[in-house]
Design a protein around this ligand. Sequence first.
Ligand code: FES
Length: 204
Amino acid sequence: MTDTVQITIDGRTIKARRGQSVLQAADASGVYIPRLCWMKTISPVGACRVCTCKINGRLAAACAEPVREGLEIENDTPELLEMRQSIVEMLFVEGNHYCMFCEASGNCELQATAYRLKITAPRHTYQFPERGTDATHPDIFVDRNRCILCGRCVRAAREMDGKPIFQFLGRGFDRHIGVNSGEGLVGTSIRVTDATISSCPTCP
Ligand code: FES
């Protein structure tokens, strides 16, 4: 069995390495698939669905779908653009993202993805949720208003730093990121040098 397989993306045939995901194979061949919860250095979970493609005719998260010989992938279609726009618009209205006043403006993956998907204003109603912050730590600040629940901090802390600091708490609209200390972030073993610090797509 060879190490490579052939797949097509939007009609273009490319070679991919076995073990790669569709998203990794696309990256390697210069095809961009939007993504938010995916990060090169941590395991994929397929949480945000922004990378959704049509793979052999069915919708699937490109970041979590391994390549196989002969896969036919649709990525750049009006239908998928509409779906991705809707997902990203929901992220904007479910959180509190004020790009014009945000210090992360220009260095935020959510904002960049919205521009890339040609979103000007969300079509959904803003929820203005009360999310709160954690300012207990002298060096590190958690602003849950900007959180898009991608779980990158959860996985980066566990997989790269070896620290199970972050976890998902609550359900539905109340779902949020918590820490493994009742005192807040200050009671955890987090350090400013930890990989998880730079894993957040909206607070880089
Ligand atoms: Fe693939 Fe989030 S990047 S589901």
